[in-house]
Every structure is written in structure tokens, then in C-alpha cells.
Write a protein that binds this ligand. Sequence first.
Ligand SMILES: [Zn+2]
Length: 435
Amino acid sequence: MTDILLRGRVLTFHDEPLAGEASSETYTYIEDGALLIRNGKIVMMDDYSVLRTDAGRDAEVMDHRPHLIVPGFIDCHIHYPQMQVVGSYAGALLEWLNKYTFVEEQKFANQGHPERIASIFFDELIRHGTTTAAAYCTVHKASVQAFFTEAHKRNMRMIAGKVMMDRNAPPGLLDTPQSGYDDTKALIDEWHGQGRQLYAITPRFAPTSTPEQLEMSGALLREFPELHVQTHLGENLAEIAFVRELFPWSRDYTHVYEHYGLLGPKTLLGHCIHLTDAEIAAIAGSRSVAVFCPTSNLFIGSGLFDLDRLQKSNVRNAIATDIGGGTSYSMLRTLDEGYKILNIQGQRYHPLRSFYQATLGNARALSLEGVVGSFTPGAEADCVVLDARATSALRVRMETVETLIEELMLLQTMGDDRSVVEVYVAGKASKSALD
Ligand SMILES: [Zn+2]
């Protein structure tokens, strides 16, 4: 396989740029830089002139100047079966679920539907520069088969799982504690570690699982402690009241997951908006990850994610689209809405920090640092090429942009899939191959 040299303005992060004026030690930016890629992995990143005359002299050059090359975006919470509910008119979470989402997800029992949606879903991720995601499938085993088959075919690094839910949903969406366990186990055997695929134990959320099912979910995690767990937590006040009714013995919502052994360093908790101090302490203590879903939180009217409060308590965090409660596949649009949610609470979200979050930050949240999310040697070569002059409105604004930081701020404020010029998946040009 021929080596590839991606030439452009390369940017990668080493750590979270927490301070207001982010320190240059947290990232590397090379104006005329290049990435040397061999067998789908990053060999090194350096000045183009250095790589061209040395290690990369025989490589095929892909010249993306003057564009910016960053690691592929990572989306830490997305529902692939919800492509056809985006933008549904609903009051709040429980209405949105019952009226639209639970109706839509039943279609995944129909022959051919999961395969069709999975194929369109991955096209859409690539179009928007997202190369890794933690995804929910439906309760149906076939939805997971379709998802992983398509991801594997495209050689994309994905985390996904069969939703387990055995109450408070239409009969067509219910499994049982035993069938949920058996199906999950069979899917783990078939898919976990198959190429770039990783399995996540996926109890949808406490309201749709019986204590017996949560018990079985905990048992799965004890059997497969290397797996991710993904679920929802503290999104909406009516949801929280419902959990209190269903689990009257529990101290709070978080305690339900804690009780069944579902918290831990690979547990992804979608939303985490309405939490008590005791819950935050439990999440921090377990090293679980709070996943910020800004477009969804605004669209469904769930509330404002309090990043400062969580970070002060040492809660690990991630950012995500949460399609179909979320309204855009674009991590750029997601960063923009995240900025607004934090800004309205008087919190700062420096553009270096948001680009860190969509790449290395989310890789760390998924325990995948060194695998994806950066250009560190040995990492998988998932890259996004960004054009901050992709539209006429961007072009005129760029006339007054002088620094990289201003350019990042503009990309996240006005950018979308039109700014994504090319996407490399394990070193393979994938966006240009779509059309
Ligand atoms: Zn969700």
C-alpha cells in the first residue's frame, strides 16, 4: 500500500486548553504541514518540506492547501434509527419519545429498513466530518447487524449497541431481561473487536427497563468489563419524577445506575442536565462521562448543561449531536450551540477548547486516546479537511480573520458540512467517494 502525504495546515491537540487564552502547549499547529499515513495509520506529522525530503519522499501527495486538516470529529451520543424524526414538533422529552420516536423505531422490525437507514446514516456522518460515534441502535437485533455491517464495510471506528427496554414503550419495542441479555451477548461475540467495531451495553434509560433488566445489564458489564455502557440521565424533570416513582428506594436517578453496577470509566451518560450534588459526586467518583448534547437540549427544551459545575467537580465530559433529538449531524453546529448554552450561563468556551473537545477530548471520553482524535504516531488516520471560505458569507467574513483562533471560531459559528472538503477514514478519502 502506497504511503500518503496529506499536505495542508495541520492542527492537533495534546491536552485540554482550559485557560481563557489557551496555551500553545496544548496543541500543535503547522502552517505548511503534512501527515504521513501508512496502512491507515499516522506515521508522523511535521513540516511538509521535512517529510517530503525524508520519510515521505515516495508517498503520494494529497495537497489540501490552504485548508485546515484536523482529526476526524467524534460524536459521543447519537441515535442512528432517529434520522426520520429530526425536527418533530413536540413539547418535551416524554411526548417526543411517545409520539414520534417510539413509533419510528418500530420500523426497524421491517425487512430492509435498518440496512437502508444505516447506509444513509454513514453517508451523512462522513459528509459532516464525523469519523467515530457512540451510537444507539433499536431494540431489534437486526438494527445492530445493519449498523455494524455498514460501519465495518467502511472501516469506520464505531461504538454501538442494541437498546434494551422491557417496559413503558409499545409492545413492538420491548425485549425481556433474558432476551435482551442473550441478544446482547450474541452481538458482542459477533461484533466487538471485529475490525474497528466496539460494542456498548445499552439500556436505553431507567424508565424503560425493569429492575431485572438493569440487573442483567450489570451482569453483562461484569462479564465484559472492557465494554462501554451508554444510557441517558437527568435530561428532563418529568423523566426524573418518573424514575422516582419507578425506583422509590433510590436516593436519586444516578443511584439507580450506581445500584446496578452500571457506572464506571467507560459509561457514557447522555445529557446530565438536572443533577444534585450527590449525583455529581457519584458520577465523578465512578469516572463516568457526562455527555453534553446542545442542539437536542435546546430543541426539546430540556435545559442548560452546566459544564463549569461538572468540571469543578472533576466530572469527565464529552459533546454530541444526539440526533434525532438533536437537530444537526454537524459537530461544528453542535459546538456553536454548545458555545451559546455556556455563554448564556456566563461560561467561556474558547474555540481551541471546543475543537479539542470534538477531537481529542471526545476520544478521551471514550477511552480511545491514541487510537482516534489526534495525529499522534500510531493513531488511526481519520482526518477532516476544513475550508473556512466554503460559502460566500464565510469568504467575506474571512477577509477580517487574522488568526487560527479566529478562524476556528468562525468555522464553528458559521460552518457546516459545506466546510468539510474531504474526510479520510483510516487514510482513505471518503467524502469525495460519496458522489
Ligand atoms: Zn439520546
